[in-house]
Ligand binder design. Structure first.
Ligand code: ASP
Length: 274
């Protein structure tokens, strides 16, 4: 199987994992976590095992979850949790906090989350990519994973997980774990998950801005998303994309560069784009 086929299949599996939860009347939050877990397990995606490497050749994961009732959890600089998205979820559900940086392994284990040595996340492919980027033979690749969902109970949720940007400085934190930048959900309005140059998404307050434009400005989701990508991302000479689902079940994919790989359903067919 070639790599592109593997990516199509990974996207398809992730979509189905989320959809299975929703069809069983599960919550949007469970659905987005299930979809993101599949992508974290798949070394073809920049999250979990196979994530992009820092300049030191290590992996530092960022992840966030948020449900439309306004409750979120996030982790940054996570080095050992096998599923960073589950760690973000545990921080939301089981701690009094919203964002933790590299929480101690014993706490992570107590929350029932599998641990691994940092080397376990490092794949030969990513090592090669890092060497090529450092030798200036290749430009940096992006590719955070994320999911958005609306459940039968009318709630929305978003989850996002990433290794960040190839060759990033050790300790660099992107938009993914910052609620309102790379991840956001608000019942009655929208759930959104972003990918691209995190610095632009952070400075543009992108995910929250989408929700605010819709909630307070009455803007259409697709128009608002396109305006934000133009004004906050392209205007900063960055690039990026977002996926969103509204409280009425309309989903949109908006991007300004070929950074978006996605899966969605139309009728009885699951579509994937890469
Ligand atoms: N947004 C991620 C970050 O800046 C990277 C990506 O989406 O490719 O960490």
């Amino acid at each position: 199987m070639d790599k592109l086929q593997g990516i199509h299949q990974g996207l398809n599996r992730a979509y189905q994992a989320g959809e299975t939860v929703l069809r069983g009347q599960g919550s949007a939050l469970d659905a987005v976590c299930a979809a993101v877990e599949v992508l974290e397990d798949d070394p073809l995606f920049n999250a979990g095992r196979g994530a992009a490497l820092t300049a030191d050749g290590t992996v530092e994961h960022d992840a966030a979850v948020m449900s439309g009732d306004g409750r979120g959890g996030a982790v940054t600089l996570s080095r050992h949790a096998q599923h960073p998205v589950d760690l973000a979820r545990a921080i939301r559900d089981r701690s009094p906090h919203v964002l933790l940086a590299d929480p101690p392994d014993d706490i992570v284990a107590d929350w029932g989350i599998g641990l691994a040595d940092n080397d376990w996340f490092v794949t030969p492919d990513q090592r090669e990519h890092l060497a090529a980027v450092q030798a200036r033979l290749r430009s940096r690749q992006h590719g955070t994973v994320g999911a958005v969902a609306l459940d039968i109970h009318g709630h929305v949720a978003a989850a996002t997980s990433t290794g960040g940007i190839e060759n990033q400085a050790v300790g660099r934190i992107g938009d993914t774990p910052i609620l309102g930048a790379g991840t956001w959900a608000r019942d009655g309005v929208v759930a959104v998950s972003c990918t691209g140059v995190g610095e632009a998404f952070l400075q543009g307050g992108v995910a929250h801005q989408l929700s605010a434009r819709m909630e307070y400005g009455g803007q259409d989701v697709a128009e608002a998303a396109q305006a934000i990508i133009d004004n906050e991302i392209v205007a900063r000479e960055a690039f990026g994309a977002l996926i969103a689902v509204t409280a009425k079940g309309r989903s949109v994919l908006v991007w300004d560069a070929p950074v978006l790989q996605a899966a969605w359903r139309e009728g009885d067919k699951i579509h994937t784009r890469i």
